[in-house]
Every structure is written in C-alpha cells, then in structure tokens.
Design a protein around this ligand. Structure first.
Ligand SMILES: Cc1cc2nc3c(=O)[nH]c(=O)nc-3n(C[C@H](O)[C@H](O)[C@H](O)COP(=O)(O)O)c2cc1C
Length: 187
C-alpha cells in the first residue's frame, strides 16, 4: 500500500461581501464615517453597536460613567443583536478611543459573541492621543481570533467642542488611507 497522501490544499476562506461584518460604536459620527468607508470598499453587513441604556448626552457625565465602568470592569448590556454571527468569517470592529482604551460597549460585544476562528480587524478614531490600548484590548478579549493590523485616524475632540470632522478634504484623505490599508491587509 502506498504511503502517499494526496495533498489537500488548506486555504483560508476568501474575503467576500457575504462573509464580512462591519460593527462600530460611535457617539459623534466619526467612527461611523470610517465604518461606512470600509463598507463601501468591502461590502458585507454594517451594524451599529447600541446599548440597552444609552450614555448621557452630556460629555462630562459620559466620560465619568465610562471611567467608572472601566474601574469596575462593567460590561454594559447591548441592545444590538447579531443573530447570524456564525455566518461571518471576517469581522471589522470600530471604536473611538475612550479613556485611552477600548470602550465598554465594544468589550461587551467581544464578551457576548464567540469570534474564535474568525479574522478580526479593528479600527479606531480618536481625539489626537491615539488608540491607547484599544487594539491590544481587542487581542486580549478575542481568544482564538486572527487579529489583523488595525487602522486608526484622528477624529473629533469633543472635549474642545470639535465633533464631526469626516467631511471635505478630511473625508477624502481618510478615504484614501482606508483604501491603502485595506489593500495592504486583504491582499
Ligand atoms: C467618553 C470619551 C472619552 C474619550 N477619551 C479619549 C481618549 O482617551 N483619547 C483620545 O484621543 N480621545 C478620546 N475621546 C475622543 C474620541 O475618541 C474622538 O472624538 C472620536 O473621534 C469620537 O468618535 P465618534 O465620533 O465615532 O464618537 C473621548 C471621547 C469620549 C466621548
């Protein structure tokens, strides 16, 4: 009997619109704008993460609540339900930087859904201080995921009254950065 075993090619599933999920958290629309740019390029399903109990409108009250939740490791319950999570092999996850880390609702998402075996691609907008530990937090909270290089760009700075900035030249610039990043990571 021959010992020869025919080689079966093992391939990762191709990235096709059918198996892409783009989820995002946003307060002032910047991360949502980046999510839509990604979605325009790769297709798939676009879903906003929403809480059962929304954060306060007031910026400082919001900052204080997030800080308290992070201290207590509290994961606020999500209103968003993704029934067909098993159908997606590629999950883009977008969040603003909050308190130099991943926002509690994004942590809730990673806790609620089993993404093991999937390719996870984080993206971020921030007020000028960068991602902080956000991408590391995704890695830590996503056991068994293949986490790809993330994308981060400066968005608003609500503390200084600058809210939505993804328009005009800034939008054009970020769209081309998103395009270059996707070309790099999905090739
Ligand atoms: C509660 C809260 C905390 C924030 N903490 C930070 C921070 O630690 N570092 C930073 O650079 N920006 C911080 N920001 C600014 C946001 O990351 C930035 O404005 C982002 O673009 C907002 O995205 P959005 O428009 O999708 O909500 C914070 C904003 C909020 C509301």
């Amino acid at each position: 009997m021959s010992n020869h075993t025919p080689s079966i090619p093992v391939e990762t599933p191709p990235v096709t619109p059918k198996n892409i999920l783009v989820v995002y958290l946003t307060r002032t629309g910047n991360t949502e704008a980046v999510a839509k740019m990604i979605h325009d390029e790769v297709g798939g399903k676009l879903v906003e993460l929403e809480l059962e109990t929304p954060y306060p409108e007031n910026y400082q009250a919001h900052v204080d609540q997030v800080s308290d939740e992070n201290t207590r490791n509290y994961l606020p319950p999500l209103k968003t339900e993704i029934d067909d999570i098993g159908d997606y092999d590629n999950v883009f996850i977008g969040s603003p930087t909050w308190g130099m880390q991943l926002p509690p609702p994004t942590k809730s998402f990673l806790d609620k859904y089993d993404l093991s075996g999937k390719t996870v691609i984080p993206f971020n907008t921030n007020g000028g201080y960068g991602v902080g530990s956000s991408f590391d937090d995704v890695n830590e909270r996503c056991a068994g995921c293949n986490v790809l290089e993330g994308f981060s760009v400066q968005g608003g700075r609500e503390r200084d009254g600058i809210l939505f900035v993804m328009e005009g030249n800034k939008e054009t610039e970020v769209r081309s950065q998103v395009h270059a990043w996707l070309e790099r990571i999905l090739k």
